[in-house]
Design a protein around this ligand. Structure first.
Ligand SMILES: [Fe+2]
Ligand SMILES: [Fe+2]
Length: 365
């Protein structure tokens, strides 16, 4: 029988870093990996229910299609308020006599492993392995005392469940992302405090449309597009007077812009203040999604386009969506042209300098 890696955690939520670590452990030890969802981890508070965390784990594993991965409910089904790792390890040892068992923990757990219940026994029944984390100081005393082995894996990336929950980093399987949206988990609850339901539906649709366009550049760009799409209309519920005050204080050169465009600056402001966004590219894409401007970045073009063409807008935009998904630069020009036609048909036409500069720069009239 192949060795078995026990990978326990709260998976709140599961992210691609977990999956990359599991994959490395599986390859290094030629092992199967069982993800054991923790009931109530003693060292942290859990944000979402067992059911939701389990559902996300199932979706993530289904999406990876790795036949060596499986899920165990053993800790969830155990009686009592807490579940302990020693009981889990014992259970797997009893289930598979003679099978080599590894017990996988995160770098942050190495340093407190000596405080775990029956840590000596865990280390005698299973080989404890851990994933390194760049810049994280490992307590070598524990490594030696418990004969731990390092996965020597530094590529788990900078994703963490905390960063996913805060809408800070979206390095998660897309099925998990959709589950979070559909079930109003984590950052969605925070968005709901600031964005009205119909507007949020539009934002979610912009996010997914932008993701589908941006992944032609890279998956990382797709993940950024999801975050930007969700946040782009954050300033929409702010009343004009308050919006003008925020703009006068923070972006004075735009203080006389028409009312419909004000929410792009307020949105940028709120993304920084409420969601701690620091990525300039994301902030700029929020800031210019309504007016556009000359010399736009790839993400700015993608968000500008997705905002105009997302499928719940109420007209047939399938042609433009297809064009953007094929080539986001060409698609952007197509969307921009159509939008200029739309504005030219309005009594006031193009009313602002940024949009005029965008038009001149890209369409050259
Ligand atoms: Fe907008
Ligand atoms: Fe929008």
């Amino acid at each position: 029988m192949k060795p078995l890696v026990i990978f326990g955690g709260s998976f709140d939520p599961i992210h691609n870093g977990h999956l990359r670590i599991a994959n490395t452990a599986s390859e290094k030890y030629d092992a199967d990996v069982v993800f054991v969802l923790a009931k109530t981890p003693r060292w942290k508070t859990v944000n979402e229910s067992e059911e939701d965390r389990l559902n996300m784990l199932s979706l993530a594993l289904a999406e990876t299609c790795n036949e060596r991965f499986s899920i165990s409910r053993t800790e969830l089904d155990r009686d009592g308020d807490f579940s302990y790792s020693i009981d889990t390890v014992k259970e797997f040892c009893a289930m598979y006599p003679g099978r080599k068992i590894y017990f996988l923990i995160g770098a942050d757990q190495v340093n407190q492993f000596d405080k775990w219940r029956q840590s000596d026994e865990i280390a005698s029944l299973a080989t404890v392995i851990f994933s390194n984390r760049p810049g994280f100081d490992i307590n070598m005393e524990n490594v030696e005392k418990f004969h731990m082995e390092s996965l020597n894996f530094l590529e788990s990336g900078s994703v963490s469940s905390t960063r996913v929950r805060g809408l800070n980093f979206m390095d998660i399987p897309v099925s998990v992302y959709s589950y979070i949206i559909d079930n109003h988990l984590y950052f969605v609850k925070e968005l709901e405090k600031h964005i009205k339901p119909a507007r949020l539906k539009h934002s979610e649709s912009v996010a997914m449309t932008a993701y589908n366009i941006a992944k032609q550049i890279s998956i990382e760009m797709g993940e950024k597009a999801l975050i930007t799409g969700l946040l782009h209309d954050l300033g929409k519920s702010t009343h004009e007077e308050e919006a003008r005050a925020i703009i006068e204080e923070n972006y004075p050169e735009y203080k006389d812009y028409p009312e419909y465009s004000l929410h792009q600056w307020v949105g940028r402001y709120m993304a920084e203040e409420l969601f701690g966004v620091t990525d300039e590219d994301v902030l700029n894409a929020i800031e210019f999604h309504c007016t556009g401007r000359a010399e736009m970045s790839s993400l700015e073009k993608i968000i500008y386009s997705a905002d105009k063409i997302e499928p719940t807008r109420g007209y047939d935009s399938s042609d433009m969506i297809r064009a953007c998904e094929e080539d986001y630069e060409e698609g952007f020009l197509y969307v921009l042209k159509e939008n200029m036609k739309f504005l030219d048909d309005k009594p006031l036409g193009v009313q602002n300098k940024l949009t005029q500069e965008c038009r001149d720069y890209y369409l050259g009239d």
